[in-house]
Design a binder for this molecule. Sequence first.
Ligand SMILES: Cc1ncc(COP(=O)(O)O)c(C=O)c1O
Length: 394
Amino acid sequence: MELSRKAKEISSSVTLEITAKAKKMKDEGIDVISFGAGEPDFNTPLNIQNAAIEAIKKGLTRYTAASGILELKKAICDKLKLENSLEYKPSQIVISNGAKHSIYNALQAICNPGDEVIVPVPYWVSYPELIKLVDAVPVFVKTKEENNFKYTKESLEAAITPRTKAIILNSPNNPTGTVYDKKDLEFIAEIAIKHDLIIISDEIYEKLIYDGTEHISIASLGDEIKERTIVINGVSKAYAMTGWRIGYTASNEEIAKLMSNLQSHETSNPNTIAQYASLEAINGPQEDIEIMRKEFEKRRNYMVDKINSIEGLSCVKPLGAFYVMINITKIKGKNIKGYNINSSVDFCNALLEYSKVAAIPGEGFGDDDYIRLSYATSMENIIEGLNRIEGFLK
Ligand SMILES: Cc1ncc(COP(=O)(O)O)c(C=O)c1O
């Protein structure tokens, strides 16, 4: 029997492989320091936990409208207006089971077989696979460290063909931490309008932003670009709510309707209790968010300075998210402590075996010259883990 060819083409995640290996070592009692985390290491704030408990007690435990409850859609509209200068009606909001699901819905709503979707390299691991799942084709645009890992006008224009349907924009970016400024967004919007393209603007790390940098949603640059942008956001990263699984889209009515119809058959509504918890997250006090953000900023500062002090390694200072991409080109091709380091996977395997430090190879993000370290782990772990990496390279 032949099982699904499409499913067989979806790659297993390199991120998960290394983290699984690290977890196995930890379970065996080995003291592994993991820099693999893709989620805040904080608990969901208490007021949000309580809102969920209240929802259960009030019997708010049944199906809701497939695209989510009206109160949460209204809260999202208010948030988008206040924080992003974006005016949407509740009918333009679709609430889904995490931002990943929102991205999948967006791709399903806009792509036909063979359509091309532009993806920045290094990329978040799921973009190419989600694009393949809707029978579209990922077209990779390599971004460079010297351009702060941003699309350039030339690199984007060169990737566009008559089949291009959409551009993925992810700011703040996973894995590079890059934040696009207004000027960058203006040329991207211009290109999208000129070539009649849709922008999928993944803004999930919006609130994790440092050095006073401003997050700008490309949709806020004007009506024309807003009409062709699908804003992706959610509560996972900002409110330490990764397990609650609530993400959302804001788009034009036509796309919102398509996504809502699709979702009504795929999953029905996202978890009702989690929707009420998200309502509290968005409408409630925001102090805990600032405490987390400040802690991330402190860790980032330490991590970046330390990495740049280690011979053979370097990194740029990321302005957002909670990742640092370490340039390993000076290490590649060397033999260190008996390990031949010819790739990012070799380096990560050596670090795990020799130093008991888990990092994610850049290969998983489409760029083998880097490894990714997450600072969503305690300062204590960061200090010890980086000392171990330094020890390995000495
Ligand atoms: C860039 C990016 N977009 C979307 C997501 C998915 O978020 P969620 O957990 O809400 O599905 C992630 C999670 O790692 C991410 O890094």
